[in-house]
Design a protein around this ligand. Structure first.
Ligand code: RIB
Ligand code: CA
Length: 313
């Protein structure tokens, strides 16, 4: 029985790889829809990028929606410095032919959760949490019906990437992240503490290119573009690969380890806004609201990713 999921995303090259991994795994994951959110780049371009990736995968049965065009309270911060002026520089992909759905992405999220049995819809979020935050405000009843929210975001032991304290997805919309953390749904977090272990080394990228299919070539072109910023910044052998860890967790959770603890979001301090404060050592009696993953098996992850990409066109 495949798991019903909605992917909320701001593609982004790493988002694109996550979407491909999910669409290559129909036995395990039933992707009901993909919802674009403003983040790496503006919403309109994110929605174009998402449709390009769906068409690359051949899974044109999967509908794409546009969600919110800006954070709940703050002005949008984007990341062209990492992802390029299109938000997904690297491969040349044809303009999408599949339509963008009319329905607003937030309404799609709400309707899907409310019209399916409780605890049967998982949200896999790969960007700022604006759409989820807005869905919780518009229809609070979804909180107890959501099966699980598996999100890429946050950092604790690895500290921030967009500021010394905050990871980009949380930083862009800390108010939305705060709403999500407090909503009561089951939450699993893939933070930088994990993704910084999942490094796309040249050997791993070459193995993907060697698949010889369109998807492998596109992923190689995407990641060899987006890695430039991180290789310069960190000086590692490979750039961290963030968003596909969310899908890998859904496919093979045993690749990752962490613990259930309280995770709170800083929304007030100018210095640390967007920080995910993980009470990893349980020094407080705050509610243990999330599974905070802290490590991942990189070899196992890339074996999974490469094999699944081989199944695509
Ligand atoms: O900090 C990493 C996150 O920010 C990833 O989701 C990447 O796509 C960017 O959105
Ligand atoms: Ca992303």
């Amino acid at each position: 029985m495949s798991r019903k999921i909605i992917i909320d995303t701001d593609p982004g090259q790493d988002d694109a790889v996550a979407i491909l991994l999910a669409l290559a795994s129909p036995e395990e994951l039933d992707v009901l829809g993909i919802v674009a959110v403003a983040g790496n780049i503006g919403l309109k371009q994110n929605a174009i990028n998402a449709r390009k990736v769906v068409e690359l995968s051949g899974r044109t049965d999967v509908p794409v929606y546009a969600g919110c065009s800006r954070p709940m309270r703050r002005t949008l911060v984007t990341a062209e410095h990492v992802h390029g002026d299109t938000g997904m520089n690297g491969p040349v992909l044809p303009d999408p032919t599949i339509p963008l759905q009319e329905q607003h992405g937030v309404d799609f999220i709400i309707a899907t959760i409310m019209n399916n049995p409780p605890k049967t819809i998982t949200l896999a979020t790969l960007g700022p949490l604006t759409n989820i935050g807005m869905a919780l405000v518009k229809e609070p009843a979804i909180a107890e019906r959501i099966q699980e929210i598996v999100l890429m975001g946050g950092a604790y032991f690895e500290v921030g990437n967009i500021t010394p304290a905050a990871e980009f997805n949380i930083y862009v919309d800390p108010e939305a992240a705060d709403l999500v953390m407090k909503c009561g749904a089951k939450i699993t977090i893939q933070p930088l503490d994990v993704t910084h272990m999942i490094q796309a080394t040249p050997a791993r990228l070459n193995a993907i290119k060697a698949l010889g299919n369109k998807s492998g070539a596109a992923v190689h072109a995407m990641l060899t573009f987006s890695e430039q910023f991180d290789l310069k910044k960190y000086g590692w052998e490979g750039a961290p690969l963030h968003d596909p860890t969310v899908i890998a967790y859904l496919l093979k959770p045993e690749l990752f380890e962490g613990r259930v603890c309280n995770v709170s979001i800083e929304t007030a301090s100018e210095l640390t806004v967007g920080m995910t404060v993980a009470d990893y050592w349980h020094v407080t009696d705050k509610p243990r609201n999330a599974l905070y993953l802290r490590s991942g098996n990189a070899e196992g992850f890339y074996a999974l990713l490469t094999e699944r990409l081989s199944r695509l066109p």
